[in-house]
Design a protein around this ligand. Sequence first.
Ligand SMILES: *Cc1c(COP(=O)(O)O)cnc(C)c1O
Length: 336
Amino acid sequence: MKNIDWNNLDFQYIETDIRFVSNYKNGSWDEGALIKDSTVTISECACVLQYAQTCFEGLKAYTTVDNRVVCFRPDLNAERMESSSKYLEMPPYPKEKFVNAIVDVVRANIDYVPPYGTGASLYIRPFMYGSNAVIGVKPALEYSFRIFTTPVGAYFKGGIKPIVIRISDFDRAAPHGTGHIKAGLNYAMSLHAIVDAHNKGYAENMYLDSATRTKVEETGGANFIFVTKDNTVVTPKSASILPSITRRSLMYVAENYLGLKTEEREIAKEELRDFKECALCGTAAVLSPVGKIDDHGNEIIYGSSMGEITKSLYDTLTGIQSGKIEAPKGWIRLIK
Ligand SMILES: *Cc1c(COP(=O)(O)O)cnc(C)c1O
């Protein structure tokens, strides 16, 4: 194991030893290889640099309570990256090879997987980009698919604290745009909105549907779940929301482990006051409770501690992930 202070890691890039690279040329992907070079050399006119032809994924490898190294539902990352790449006119990387490459690259960096109990994990970043020179607007002919890993610390240090967010005046995704795929371009256009939010003291932006600005969508990088007063777990339905794997897993857990009613449906902004709990969900934090939403000076308050249902969802899903609670078949991929 590397000599790293696992308990004090941030979410910051730390270079690890090995990454996976496969290149696409003349209509096919090569075999791919584990390599040491962490840098990329491409044409100044590469399609990714000029026209942002790139998509990515994010998941974690971590140590379970019984000392296995695993990752969570990588097949869904493979599937989602396939749909992202197709929508950006990029050649999908074969799903089975995607999962195998994840296993290989984590095994190659096994000394960077944090021990159980630290809350830290080895973040895995698969991504793909158009690499050859393109000046007239069209898809690239050549691509690279890479996976690197970087150790990251526990999301919540010193306890879980509900965050304060605002309803954003910026839009994230157009109705028939790219909101449902994990494209770098969605993040480029969210940078101004998040810096502005942070400058004004908010942790995140709640984006509404950009067509009518009446319905709840998601934040820049996490989906929402809400809990009604009669304990139904509700999540927004929209074609421009990124289908979070954490959210889909939580909805399954709510129904099948906790026996709760669940709904995926449109959620009007006016309904926000009717819910008793609100949380963000995504790979990074699993669930992050929202304490307050600021709607242009009108405050919607959920409270200063994690709600009861949010807590049982959090405990159950993290229990499944860490091997304390039996997982549904196929959810946990063994690495070591
Ligand atoms: C990645 C991402 C999420 C979270 O998805 P998970 O699969 O749960 O990590 C949510 N929203 C957006 C916009 C994302 O890019």
